[in-house]
Write a protein that binds this ligand. Structure first.
Ligand code: B1M
Length: 230
């Protein structure tokens, strides 16, 4: 247990390994302490997130797939991950910059995975976007409601299951039916997706991770603004 370990005595590599072990064991308080220690050492919030929390969750995913971990244990790990993310959120989201665009993001219908989507939302906020995070299990009506309320430039959809990713096509079809598809940039992401799938469902881009989502959003916003100005 981390509280039995003097974290300051660990090398940064050992500290990150310990964070991964504690995340695996669902020890939220220990993960929080390790996140604080990484930040105290001057690591950026992004590096703590990717080399600590996300790397730890990757191991959970492998053992979940292989039947070594089960849903209750994965839920505990997810809770520990969220505890760590809560500390990093204000750091990732802090920006003095003027808002560069609006995004509505949600996990699609039938899917309750939200860690990756929340990470994307935080990074987008940090990059200067105004983000409305509509949560999990979002159907086309929920996306439409949020679009009417927030008038976004970008729609972000997340799916972690092969059974839920096809629902993204339903949302995009709804945007077409409502005559607003071409007004919006549609970005999709989630572990089972790829660029070919994004192209097939007529999304604008597949984003492999949160950093790519930010990069892509900025690039496509620039093109959108240039087109509007022309
Ligand atoms: Co689930 N689960 N799960 N699960 N779970 C997976 C996805 C799975 C791959 C595990 C495995 O078998 N190895 C597998 C899916 C298999 C498949 O469909 N191919 C699976 C399964 C089967 C299930 C259940 C069906 C299990 C069951 O009940 N029998 C069930 C489904 C429930 C449902 O949704 N209806 C289920 C449940 C759960 C928990 C509730 C226990 C928990 C979710 C908790 C939560 O999210 N609050 C959970 C977890 C934690 C996982 C794993 C282990 C980790 C997911 C995660 O958070 N990764 C996952 C294994 C894995 O993915 N390796 C697994 C960390 C996160 C930072 O990465 O989400 O990929 P990720 O996000 C990345 C990118 O993908 C991208 O950027 C993010 C950050 O860099 N990205 C976007 C994601 N969304 C984006 C949106 C964008 C852009 C980029 O928009 C612009």
């Amino acid at each position: 247990m981390a509280d039995a370990i003097n974290l300051t005595g660990l090398s940064t590599e050992e500290l990150l390994r310990q964070m991964g072990d504690d995340l695996y064991d669902g020890l939220a308080a220990e993960v929080e302490a390790e996140v604080h220690e990484c930040l105290r050492r001057g690591m950026t919030a992004y590096d703590v997130m990717t080399t600590g929390l996300v790397a730890g969750m990757d191991i959970v995913g492998i053992d979940f797939r292989d039947g070594i971990l089960f849903v209750p244990e994965v839920l505990m790990a997810a809770k520990a991950m969220k505890a760590g993310m809560a500390i990093l959120h204000p750091l990732l989201a802090e920006t003095g910059a003027q808002k560069i665009g609006k995004m509505v993001i949600g996990t699609v219908k039938g899917d309750i995975h939200d860690i990756g989507k929340n990470l994307v939302a935080m990074m987008m906020e940090g990059a200067g976007f105004e983000v409305s995070n509509i949560g999990i299990n979002s159907d086309a009506d929920k996306f439409m409601g949020a679009i009417r309320e927030h008038n976004p430039d970008i729609i972000g959809m997340s799916a972690l299951l092969t059974t839920t990713m096809p629902y993204m096509r339903v949302v995009i079809q709804r945007l077409k039916d409502e005559g607003i598809r071409l007004d919006l940039i549609v970005l999709v992401g989630g572990a089972p997706l790829n660029s070919a799938f994004a192209e097939d469902i007529e999304a604008d881009r597949y984003c492999r991770d949160a950093a790519v989502a930010v990069e892509t959003a900025k690039k496509l916003m620039l093109i959108k603004r240039e087109k509007a100005a022309a």
